[in-house]
Design a protein around this ligand. Sequence first.
Ligand code: SF4
Length: 318
Amino acid sequence: MKPFTYERATNPAQAAAAVAKERNAKFIAGGTNLLDLMKIEVEAPEHLVDINGLGLDTIEPTAEGGLRIGALVRNTDLAADSRVRRDYALLARALVAGASGQLRNKATTAGNLLQRARCPYFYDTHQACNKRLPGSGCAALGGFSRSHAIVGVSNSCIAVHPSDMAVAMRALDATVETIQPGGQVRRVPLAGFYKLPGSTPHIENVLAPAELITAVTLPKPLGGVHIYHKVRDRASYAFALVSVAAVVQKDGSGRVALGGVAPMPWRSEAADARMQEGAKAVSSVLLADARTTPQNAMKATLVERTLGAVMNEARTGA
Ligand code: SF4
């Protein structure tokens, strides 16, 4: 690990200003992803600003009837919150499907949104990777790509976004709240938060340098049946090959977001509009621009079948 300096922030604006002030500085909270990346020198910040003392760890009702989740709420606490379990069961289920109990105890809401790709070539500093080293190439193209993305990809990167939580939050129309070094606050819908790789896969979201996530808000509850179905190679502690986050109403209408298939949680309102027509119709819209490799082409079938299973479960309760 490269040497770095360290400080503890005392309030959100000061934390953002501290990261802005130092060269190559980063925020650290749970550290469940960043520390792993620092140990193998994929990430090498020269200064860390510890935000664990900022108090952004509460879940509060909003005036609009939703919930405001502090950026530092741990994944375990969010999944266990009685309001989340009752009104946003989709989110609770997605959280519990992610990582392990120990990791969920440390991992934060904001950190979960910002976790980096799990592409094996991103972690291997001997391999070409445009996300790790822009312009170096992409070893996954033509390499091992079974777990990689099939939509939203580019010639520069085909990595998927690894979060389960973000997929549920996308289905729930969450909004990210931030503060910038000058103290300016802004709200970014999660729908517009992530960036597709294009020719700059190292730029993964719309956050400005030193902009700090302070909270995520959920709109008022949608009702309906909430399902998070994750298909993976083993029953726990594995990333999704495909996941489906769905809210289905009694008449079969609803909304759906996919994980494991794109560089961001993948949702299309045009696909939602076809929910009552069944899984084939919905997946045909969601995967309309699919670009697969021989190894990950099976994901298109997996999406349709997983969607079918979710819709059946919503209809029959089984
Ligand atoms: Fe790097 Fe993306 Fe290619 Fe993986 S898919 S090697 S993260 S550029």
